[in-house]
Design a protein around this ligand. Structure first.
Ligand SMILES: [Zn+2]
Length: 244
């Protein structure tokens, strides 16, 4: 059907509040302004040591954002991607990627890096940076047909010239982490991830990306593998987290 016919019959609406919008499946201005909330997540000591660049959530996993992320993941609603990309791109731009990974999200915009784990050094040279999505088990990937973290982050990161590389594989299926104690979670995931063939990490700064962070054990295990493969520093970015 022609787009204009579609727009006439079903005018585009904000997927969150239902207000009429300019583009299909795009946020209205007021929902968008309220949803982009990059924040650094508090980490337990073990993670803190591994994630020199910290772990950042681009917003809070609640309300409309939660619905969109769930609909993408579980119902395969890829029509939500343009709106989610717009959200992720805006969030990433407010992270201190060019400077040290300070606590103030706006601190790094265009300012010279301080050498504390920033992705661009004092001379403005881009360091070897690569983003790695948390992998799904091959069975899950076949069933779902896509890795949501890859779908969410590849395009917004490409705009910043940060390549996304599927450098990790999930070598065994794991039971869901929900309801397990910290020790059980860690045991459950031990050895669950490995470096993919050709996944060269030596000397690279790595950004691990995932759709949400719940307990952090998954990110922790991924970071362990990447560090032992030679990554010089690791930071995490998740689309959303339940922690504010
Ligand atoms: Zn709205």
């Amino acid at each position: 059907m022609f787009d204009w016919v579609l727009d006439l019959l079903f005018p585009p609406r904000c997927p969150v509040c239902g207000r009429y919008t300019e583009g299909r499946d795009m946020w209205c201005d007021s929902c968008f302004a309220g949803v982009v909330k990059p924040h650094r997540l508090p980490l337990e000591a073990e993670m803190h040591g591994l994630f020199a660049g910290g772990v950042w959530a681009l917003g809070v996993y609640e309300a409309g954002l939660r619905d969109m992320l769930r609909q993408l993941k579980y119902d395969g609603r890829k029509n939500l991607l343009p709106g989610l990309h717009q959200y992720i791109a805006a969030g990433i731009r407010r992270l201190p990627l060019t400077g040290g990974h300070g606590r103030r999200p706006e601190a790094g915009n265009g300012s010279p890096g301080d050498g504390q784990g920033g992705l661009i050094d004092r001379e403005g040279r881009r360091q070897a940076v690569v983003a790695v999505p948390v992998p799904l088990h091959p069975d899950r990937l076949r069933e779902r047909g896509f890795n949501q973290s890859e779908l969410l982050f590849r395009e917004p990161l490409a705009a910043l010239e940060i390549p996304l590389q599927s450098a990790l594989v999930r070598c065994r299926a794991t039971t869901p982490q929900f309801g397990l104690t910290a020790a059980e979670r860690s045991r459950n995931l031990q050895g669950a991830f490995a470096l993919a063939d050709g996944g060269e990490m030596a000397g690279k700064k790595v950004i691990i990306v995932d759709d949400i962070m719940t307990t952090g054990t998954t990110l922790l295990e991924c970071a362990r593998v990447l560090k032992s493969a030679g990554a010089v520093s690791v930071m995490g970015i998740v689309a959303a987290s339940g922690r504010k």
